[in-house]
Design a protein around this ligand. Structure first.
Ligand SMILES: C[S@@+](CC[C@H](N)C(=O)[O-])C[C@H]1O[C@@H](n2cnc3c(N)ncnc32)[C@H](O)[C@@H]1O
Length: 386
C-alpha cells in the first residue's frame, strides 16, 4: 500500500488546510498569503498552504474568515476498511500528543468503497489507539462532545487524508457571543463578507438589521486590528506535544501592541427588535468593542444614515413571518425605499438567501457573489446607490 505520511516530528514545514464557507475561498487565500503562507491554493470550501508551526499559531490567531485550520498528517488510498486502519496506524500518533488526551474523529466519505462516515471514524480511531497501545502501552479515551484532540478524516473516491485539527473548537467561536442564535451569522462568515465587500475599516459601516450584532462587531475588530483569536479562547494546537508556549505568548503580546485605538470610523447596527439590540450590546462588551460600535432599536422603515460614502452590509431575514407580524415582502420594500431615497453615495451589500423576496427591493445589483451560508445557497448582492 502507498502511504504518504506527510507528518514527521522533525519536519519544519507542514501542509495545512483552512476551511471556510464556499464563496469565501479567495478571501481566505488572501488572508493566508498576507500572513506568510506558502504554496497557497484554494479549493471548494478550503485553502491549502504550507508553513511551520509558528504560522499555524498565527493562522489560528489572525484568520478572520477561516472556520478551522487542520494539519495534514497523511494521505493514502483507502478503498477498504483494512487499508484505512493500516494507513492510520502508520502515523506516529505518540509523537503528536500524549495518551492522556481525549480524542474524537470527524469523518466524511464521498464516492468511496467505505460508505459510512461513522464506520470510517471508528476504523480510524482503532488505528490510532492501537498505535498508541503498541508504542506506549496506553491509549487515549474517546470524548465525542468535548475532545482535547480532534482528528479529521476525509475519504473522496477512495483517497484518504488524515489531519489534526489545530483549532479545536471552530474559529467562529471567538468567545464574545454568549448565546449563539439560529438566525445569527457565524462570526467567520460575517468577517469574510466584510472582506469580500472590500471593507477594510477606512469608511463608515452600517448594518440596519443587525440581530446579535455580528457584522458591526466583526467590523470593529477589523477596524481596530484586533486578532480574532485573542479574545480569550483556547486552541487545539495548545494540547499537542511541542507546543511552544513562549512563542504563543509573544504572538499574543505582539497582537496587543498592534491594536489600533481609538478608532474614529463610524460603525453602527440597528434592529427592529429591542431584545436583539440588547444582545448585540452585550456581545460588543464581551468583544471589548462597545466603545467603537453604536447600536439602536429601529425599524428599517426609519433607516436614514445620511449622505455617503460608506458601506451598508446586512443579511436580511430569510423567513416569511418577521417580528411584529410583518411580511418579508414589506421588509424588502421598506429596505428598497430607504436605499433608493435616503442612502445617496453609499454602497450596499445584502446577503440574500431568498431571490423571490429580493425582487421587492426594486433595485438592480451591480455584482453578485455566490456564498453558502451553511446549507443555504446565498448571493452577496452589491448595490451602488447614486
Ligand atoms: C437574519 S437576521 C440578522 C442576523 C444578524 N446578521 C446576526 O448576525 O445576528 C435578520 C434580522 O432582521 C431583523 N428585522 C426584521 N424586520 C426588521 C425591520 N423591519 N427593521 C429592522 N430589522 C428587522 C430581525 O429582528 C433579525 O434580527
Amino acid at each position: 500500500m502507498r502511504v504518504a505520511v506527510a507528518y514527521d516530528v522533525r519536519m519544519r514545514t507542514h501542509r495545512f488546510f483552512a476551511t471556510t464557507f464556499k464563496g469565501l475561498e479567495d478571501v481566505l487565500a488572501g488572508e493566508i498569503a498576507s500572513l506568510g503562507g506558502e504554496d497557497v491554493s484554494a479549493g471548494p470550501g478550503s485553502v491549502a498552504f504550507s508553513g511551520d508551526m509558528a504560522l499555524c499559531y498565527r493562522a489560528n490567531l489572525w484568520l478572520r474568515s477561516a472556520n478551522r485550520v487542520v494539519l495534514l498528517l497523511s494521505e493514502f488510498p483507502a478503498p477498504t476498511p483494512a487499508a484505512l486502519y493500516e494507513g492510520t496506524r502508520e502515523i506516529p500518533w505518540p509523537d503528536l500528543f500524549p495518551p492522556e488526551r481525549t480524542i474524537a474523529v470527524d469523518a466524511t466519505v464521498r464516492d468511496s468503497g467505505i460508505t459510512h462516515s461513522h464506520f470510517a471514524a471508528q476504523k480510524t480511531k482503532d488505528g490510532i489507539v492501537d498505535r498508541f497501545r503498541d508504542a506506549v502501552g496506553r491509549r487515549p479515551d474517546v470524548d465525542a462532545k468535548t475532545p482535547e484532540v480532534r482528528i479529521v478524516v476525509r475519504i473522496v473516491r477512495d483517497e484518504c487524508a488524515v489531519s489534526l485539527d489545530t483549532s479545536g473548537e471552530s474559529l467562529n467561536r471567538r468567545g464574545y457571543r454568549a448565546i449563539p442564535s439560529e438566525a445569527s451569522l457565524k462570526e467567520t462568515l460575517a468577517a469574510g463578507l466584510l472582506l469580500l465587500a472590500g471593507w477594510q475599516g477606512g469608511e463608515p459601516l452600517i448594518d440596519p438589521a443587525c440581530g446579535a450584532g455580528t457584522i458591526p462587531i466583526e467590523a470593529a475588530l477589523i477596524a481596530g486590528n484586533v486578532a480574532p483569536g485573542s479574545l480569550g479562547r483556547s486552541f487545539g494546537f495548545q494540547r499537542l506535544h511541542g507546543f511552544d508556549r513562549k512563542r504563543w505568548e509573544a504572538m499574543l503580546s505582539e497582537a496587543r501592541e498592534a491594536l489600533l485605538h481609538p478608532i474614529h470610523v463610524r460603525i453602527e447596527g440597528s434592529d427592529i427588535s429591542p431584545g436583539a439590540v440588547a444582545g448585540a450590546m452585550k456581545n460588543a462588551i464581551n468583544a471589548k468593542v462597545n466603545e467603537r460600535v453604536l447600536f439602536n432599536a429601529r425599524s428599517i422603515r426609519n433607516f436614514d444614515p445620511g449622505e455617503g460614502p460608506g458601506t451598508i452590509l446586512c443579511n436580511p431575514p430569510y423567513g416569511t413571518r418577521l417580528p411584529g407580524g410583518t411580511q418579508v415582502e414589506t421588509f424588502y420594500r421598506e429596505l428598497g425605499e430607504a436605499l433608493k431615497k435616503r442612502c445617496r453615495g453609499w454602497t450596499a451589500f445584502l446577503l440574500s438567501g431568498n431571490p423571490a423576496a429580493t425582487k421587492f427591493l426594486g433595485l438592480k445589483s451591480s455584482r453578485k457573489f455566490p456564498v453558502m451560508n451553511g446549507p443555504i445557497d446565498c448571493r452577496l448582492l452589491k448595490y451602488d446607490l447614486y
